[in-house]
Design a protein around this ligand. Structure first.
Ligand code: SAH
Ligand code: SF4
Length: 361
């Protein structure tokens, strides 16, 4: 089938056979890319509107027990100075996020078990006390902790599947497996979290078929959120010499994710913004509807070095808010009001009247 017809069929909610997705992932013609971005933008507008949801991101510890080959926080990167924010410091960042108008905080870190069930619960309480929705992104943690945090009020969990190629996954994440990652994602869903999966584009050894599998997995999981960003090689990792992902191919994956999951929350990631001064705007124009401005204290921001060249290292939280809003308005969009829960999740809750009280705080 002609590739534009494939895009039209996807945009109309038709089936998406792997071979057709593969054609789109591989198409070299920039005009095909533009056609895809326009279709994704249209679907985004029709299904979730022009609002961009803001999530205040707090990167509270760069300690990690894991050794992911792609990541600057991996435990073998001895050149990196490590930090842990105290509960009070994190509390202050939560308060700052609330006072500059964010309705969600994202608490993210390496896999740092020092932040145990109780400590994280206290942070959840602090944020809920301010009326904020809480997203956790703490890696693969115990089932009991995940269940406890959900009971304590955590709303969402971000855990990218990273790559849906099982061999590549095993190589890049020593000691872990794709199967195990998917099991945690399914568990999070059972626990009633709004669940974010996602992947990096341009990992060494990743093929176009792998990217189709990444998209397929997002659909199979019925991900509420899909975080898709370029892989950016970090000099302190074994993948220092790799090429990394391109802006164009990442934008295509964002657009395809929008067509396949029309109501999902899809961020224009910081990594996209780090590749190009207008990377995030381009993400928003290719189907994304979420931005995650940084509210980490600027003193430690440079140390949360997943990849090099990260943007917005010096600015205070209030400046980031202003800059983010200006960028949204410049492309004719607006800041979404309300806590910004995921539509699919809200419907799922609707089937369970016991839970509905806790959603509409
Ligand atoms: N430790 C948690 C959360 C922090 S890492 C976890 O791993 O889930 C957050 C995300 O950063 C990861 O999911 C990964 O997709 C991304 N990341 C890590 N290294 C990166 C790199 N070199 N380039 C781009 N993204 C990277
Ligand atoms: Fe740790 Fe997450 Fe980095 Fe892996 S990607 S090394 S789990 S911070």
């Amino acid at each position: 089938m002609e590739v534009r017809k494939v895009v039209d069929a996807l945009a109309a909610g038709g089936p998406a056979p792997d071979e057709e997705l593969l054609e789109l992932v591989q198409a070299r013609d920039p005009a095909v890319g533009l056609y895809l971005f326009e279709a994704a933008s249209r679907v985004r507008r029709e299904r979730v509107g022009d609002g961009v949801h803001l999530r205040g991101l707090i990167e509270f510890s760069n300690h990690c027990r894991m050794d992911c080959l792609y990541c600057g926080l991996r435990r073998s990167n001895l050149a990196l100075a490590r930090y842990r924010l105290s509960p009070d410091d994190i509390g202050e960042a939560i308060d700052a996020a609330s006072s500059i108008g964010y309705r969600t905080v994202v608490l993210q870190s390496g896999e740092d078990l020092l932040y145990d069930a109780e400590l994280v619960a206290r942070l959840i309480h602090r944020a809920k006390g301010k009326g904020l929705a809480v997203t956790l992104s703490l890696g693969e943690r115990d089932r009991d902790e995940l269940a406890y945090w959900r009971r304590q009020g955590a709303d969402r969990y971000l855990l990218r599947h990273e790559t849906a190629n099982p061999e590549l996954h095993r190589q890049l994440r020593p000691g872990r497996s794709l199967e195990g990652r998917i099991a945690v994602l399914r568990r999070l869903k059972e626990l009633g979290y709004q669940v974010g999966a996602g992947f990096m584009v341009g990992l060494p050894g990743q093929t176009p078929r792998d990217l189709v599998a990444d998209l397929r997995l997002l659909v199979d999981l019925q991900a509420d959120m899909a975080g898709i960003g370029p892989f950016i090689p970090h000099p302190g990792t074994p993948l220092a010499g790799a090429t990394g992902g391109s802006l164009e191919s990442t934008l295509r994956m964002v657009a395809l994710a929008r067509l396949l999951l029309p109501e999902a929350m899809i961020p224009a990631t910081t990594a996209l913004g780090s590749m190009d001064p207008f990377g995030r705007e381009q993400g928003l124009m290719a189907g994304a509807n979420v931005l995650m401005p940084n509210v980490t204290p600027p003193s430690v921001r440079p140390l949360y070095q997943l990849y090099p060249g990260k943007i917005c290292l010096d600015e205070g939280a209030a400046h980031c808010r202003g800059c983010t809003e200006a960028r949204i308005h410049r492309i004719g969009r607006n800041v979404a009001a309300g806590p910004g829960h995921c539509p699919g999740w809200e419907r799922r809750q609707g089937h369970d009247p016991e839970r509905i009280g806790s959603i509409h705080q």
